[in-house]
Design a protein around this ligand. Structure first.
Ligand SMILES: [Zn+2]
Length: 557
């Protein structure tokens, strides 16, 4: 942890004390944690009601939820900070729905074509534009990581040089060798992956999830395949982001993409002298993996429907009190969209997304309420940003990070919420991005004042770092953190977390009937509002550490 100059430390402690006293004395006079938790849960009850039909990006239901958020922001006296003097920032998307019943995929071995069953053996991807027809040999490239800066490249190895990937479909599994840092492995799953695929002249990719990387069973993975995939529209908006921040842009050129069921993956490895079981054992121990041609081809015919939708981000401002620092912004953010209506699970078809992420939106609203009921405004301005299309690939936040409605360089930090998981008492928080920037010092200081242990993500192979909206800001060079209730392995809390993922994550069971610890949620909300104020009042500007791999994006701002 960076040691602060003593004067600065003194200011921090005072402000922390002031904000605690101010916020809690005014806002929650007479209310205990449980009662404040109920106020927070009231927002979740509205947003995750079955009538809200899962708030799908582009739907009328999403707009209804957005109108609620805007009304709440108005009630807390926040200023509109979207486009054209309003709270909204519209975003356009290209939509692709893959029709599995009209598509086909076959494995060709020794000239014999064996049909694969879509849904059982594999699913076709809907996020990147699919190629209509594909016929290409398969090459296994281990973890599929392209990280020349770490002198590691599965796309150009001694066993399989880059030239041998031209015209091929690469097959890879999740994870990576132990000596690469978790956030770096996660980074390699984003824009560097598609770039490496393009540069090698490959025609597509098949990923095989590993048990460690799967939050739920194959059945739920397969039922998600009917969901529409989205990209930032290829028209002007997407291109503008691409020019300014290539890492935030979508690649619109067609590529074949599929996910293979790990339970069926031995058929890809048969006859190669390797087994999938052997590969999994190595991957589980984070050991290096062999790369080799699989001696088979895939032929596929992919039928899809394309369309366009528009859906807004929501942006509101609390102007800072300091004449200089008010021109700078600290973002507090969460995503409003979820999965809409889909395949029935436990007799329910609405994917309500109560934890994912109505809970985070509710905390952004609670943060606005706490600030509105605190006498002194923070020094920097606070921007309350609610994203659309997170579930489609962090699209709303990528658009906002590339096209902010305030001057880009004025954004100094993002504190993001996505499923912060108040399902057991709050003792510890797992924080994404903690190793990267000086925001860690603020988080640790405020955590100590609230007797909350601040810790790094103990499960980097889940790639949480790149799976929530804070990552869009990392790619734009802005220090960013995201938060989840923490646990220790083997504890009842760990079992509750794993059980939640297995039963409720991206399921119809993430609804209002689930257990929630209201007091713990309220304690988290108090911590979060204090953290936002602490960052906003800190005379020092948050920045990436020299040791952070992601400092490169800050340098490019
Ligand atoms: Zn989600």
């Amino acid at each position: 942890m960076r040691v602060r100059p003593s004067g600065c430390f003194g200011v921090m402690v005072c402000l922390l004390g002031c904000s605690l006293a101010g916020a809690q004395a005014v806002a929650v006079a007479g209310l205990n944690d449980e009662a404040r938790g109920k106020v927070w849960w009231g927002h979740v009850e509205y947003l995750a009601d079955p009538a809200m039909k899962g708030r799908l990006t582009g739907s009328a239901d999403y707009l209804k939820a957005a109108a609620y958020v805007v009304d709440e922001f108005k009630s807390f006296g926040l200023k509109p900070a979207g486009v054209d003097g309003g709270f909204y920032q519209p975003v356009k998307f290209d939509v692709q729905r893959v029709l599995a019943d009209k598509s086909s995929m076959n494995l060709v071995v020794d000239g014999r074509s064996e049909p694969l069953v879509l849904g059982k053996d594999a699913i076709l991807g809907s996020r990147s534009a699919q190629k209509g027809q594909v016929n290409a040999p398969l090459v296994f490239i281990g973890y599929g990581l392209h990280l020349p800066e770490a002198k590691y490249d599965d796309f150009d190895s001694a066993e399989v040089p880059a030239a041998e990937l031209k015209g091929k479909i690469v097959v890879y599994i999740n994870g990576g060798p132990a000596d690469l840092p978790g956030p770096l492995k996660s980074f390699a799953r984003t824009s560097p992956f598609v770039k490496a695929l393009r540069d090698a002249g490959a025609v597509g990719a098949i990923s095989i999830p590993t048990p460690k990387s799967m939050d739920f069973g194959w059945q739920r993975v397969a039922s998600g395949a009917s969901q529409p995939g989205m990209r930032l529209a290829a028209t002007a908006d997407g291109a503008a982001v691409a020019a300014k921040h290539p890492a935030l842009a979508d690649d619109h050129r067609p590529l074949f993409s599929a996910t293979f069921n790990p339970a069926e993956a031995e058929k890809l490895f048969a006859g190669t002298g390797h087994t999938f079981a052997e590969i999994l054992t190595l991957a589980d121990a984070q050991r290096p993996l062999p790369r080799f041609a699989l001696g088979k081809s895939v032929t596929a015919s992919v039928v899809g429907e394309s369309s366009q939708v528009e859906s807004p981000n929501i942006v509101a401002e609390l102007t800072g009190s300091d004449p200089v620092l008010e021109k700078e912004y600290v973002l507090v953010s969460a995503h409003l969209d979820h999965l809409g209506v889909g395949a029935p699970i436990n007799g329910k078809t609405v994917y309500s997304g109560a934890m994912d992420d109505a809970s985070g939106v509710a905390t952004v609203l609670e943060t606005a309420r706490i600030f509105s009921q605190t006498k002194s405004r923070p020094k920097r301005s606070i921007l309350f940003v609610i994203f659309t299309a997170e579930e489609k690939g962090l699209l709303g936040s990528r658009y906002f990070a590339g096209h902010p409605t305030v001057p880009e360089k004025a954004i100094k930090a993002d504190l993001n919420l996505d499923m912060f998981m108040p399902i057991f008492p709050l003792k510890k928080l797992h924080v994404q991005g903690l190793e990267q920037s000086t925001l860690a010092d603020d988080a640790e200081k405020v955590g100590a004042a609230h007797t909350i242990v601040i810790a790094v993500d103990p499960e980097p192979d889940r790639n949480s770092f790149i799976r929530t909206d804070q990552y869009s800001f990392v790619q734009a060079g802005i220090p960013a953190l995201a938060f989840k209730f923490g646990w220790t392995y083997g504890s009842p809390e760990y079992k509750a977390w794993r059980g939640w993922l297995a039963q409720r994550y991206h399921s119809t069971d993430d609804d209002l009937t689930q257990p929630v610890d209201l007091a713990a949620a309220a304690q988290f909300n108090a911590f979060f509002a204090d953290l936002a104020r602490t960052v906003a009042d800190d005379p020092a500007t948050p920045h990436y550490r020299d040791t952070s791999f992601f400092k490169r994006f800050e340098a490019e701002r």
